[in-house]
Design a protein around this ligand. Structure first.
Ligand SMILES: [Zn+2]
Length: 237
C-alpha cells in the first residue's frame, strides 16, 4: 500500500516503559544536535497543571493585546489553546505518547524496497509557533521483519507534534525508523510548507522546503533514485 493512512486527531496514550522514557529524555539524549531541547523538569507538572498554567498565561497575552476576555467568542479561547497545546499539537513532547511498534515476520521473503508516500505531516515551527504542513515519503528495505504501515504514520505524527524545525524532524523520524525497523536501510523525505514563510515575513505561499534522510543502502545513487521515483520526487536524471 502506497497511500498514507488517516491518522487520529489526538495522540492516544501508549504503554511505554520507564527505561524507554529515560532513553528518550535522559541526559545523554538531551542536547545532541537532533534532539528536541527539553528541560530536565519537562514532566514535573501534570498535563492538567500545564493546561491550567497555559490557560492563565494565554489570557495574559490576549489581555496584553487589548482584547476583552469577557466577550463571548473570546472567553473560552485561553482554555481551548491550552488544551490544544498539551493534548494535541505538542503532545509529542511526552515520551509516553511514542507509538508502540510491532514488527511482523516477513514470511513471504520480500526483500525489495517498501515505500509509503504522501504521509500527512502537521507540525509547528518552533521559531514562530505556526504550522508546518506537508508530506513525508518513507522507504525501507526489510531486515527480515515488516512493520504495520499505519505505524509509519504514527511515528511521523509523534515527532511532528512538537515545536520543530524541519531538519530536526527529519532526523528524528529517520533515526526512529532505523531503530524500530532494525535496519540502517531507511530513507525519508519531507516536503513541507511553513506558515511562517507563507503568512508573514516574506509571504511566499508557493515555496516548500524539502529535507531528506538516507541510511544504509539508500546512500547508493541507484537505490536512492528508485526511492525518489516511487515517491514522485524529481530525480537527477
Ligand atoms: Zn518559523
Amino acid at each position: 500500500m502506497l497511500n498514507g493512512k488517516k491518522i487520529s486527531g489526538h495522540c492516544e496514550p501508549n504503554d511505554f516503559s520507564v527505561s524507554d522514557l529515560v532513553k528518550e529524555i535522559g541526559d545523554n539524549h538531551i542536547g545532541t544536535a537532533s534532539d528536541t531541547p527539553l528541560r530536565s523538569d519537562a514532566f514535573v507538572l501534570s498535563n492538567e497543571q500545564k493546561k491550567k498554567k497555559i490557560e492563565g498565561l494565554f489570557s495574559q497575552i490576549l489581555e496584553t493585546l487589548g482584547l476583552d476576555l469577557t466577550d463571548n467568542s473570546l472567553r473560552g479561547t485561553p482554555q481551548r489553546v491550552a488544551k490544544m497545546y498539551v493534548e494535541e499539537i505538542f503532545c509529542g513532547l511526552d515520551p509516553n505518547q511514542k507509538p508502540n511498534v510491532t514488527l511482523f515476520d516477513n514470511n513471504f521473503q520480500y526483500n525489495q524496497m517498501v515505500v509509503e508516500k504522501d504521509i500527512t505531516v502537521f507540525s509547528h515551527c518552533e521559531h514562530h509557533f505556526v504550522p508546518i504542513y506537508g508530506k513525508a515519503h518513507i522507504g525501507y528495505i526489510s531486515s527480515g521483519k515488516v512493520i504495520g504501515l499505519s505505524k509509519l504514520n504514527r511515528l511521523v505524527d509523534y515527532y511532528a507534534r512538537r515545536p520543530q524545525v524541519q531538519e530536526r524532524l527529519t532526523m528524528q523520524i529517520g533515526h526512529a525508523l532505523q531503530q524500530v525497523l532494525g535496519t540502517e536501510n531507511v530513507a525519508l523525505i519531507i516536503d513541507a510548507k511553513h506558515l511562517c514563510v507563507a503568512s508573514r515575513g516574506i509571504r511566499d505561499t508557493q515555496s516548500s522546503t524539502v529535507t531528506s534522510f538516507y541510511g544504509g543502502r539508500f546512500v547508493n545513487s541507484t537505490i536512492k533514485e528508485e526511492f525518489l521515483r516511487y515517491s514522485g520526487m524529481p530525480t537527477v536524471h
